[in-house]
Design a protein around this ligand. Sequence first.
Ligand SMILES: [Zn+2]
Length: 104
Amino acid sequence: MPEMNQAKKLSRWSLTDASAVGHILVVRCGLCNTTRRFLPDDILKIRRDTTINRLKFICLKCNKRDYMDVTVYKPSSWEIGKLPIRRLADIKDVRTPVWRDETL
Ligand SMILES: [Zn+2]
């Protein structure tokens, strides 16, 4: 896809669309310059479908979200088996205590 139309296209391109054509998500933090790749199917396991431009990531290195850039990318055949990708390993249900103040 042409670079100029990228932002426009990502506002109409959903996780399901990306999955259907074999796109992977490329998430880059502009602050600490780290790039991580994800499979759309993994993201769809933890949230409902949305367009790529609406995805919000937090950088695990600098803990900021303001510098995150998300694009899609179709790996070439020679990259299969070589491209590092972050997979969903597990989903943990975290139990959080909720407190309220009462009178004894
Ligand atoms: Zn960062």
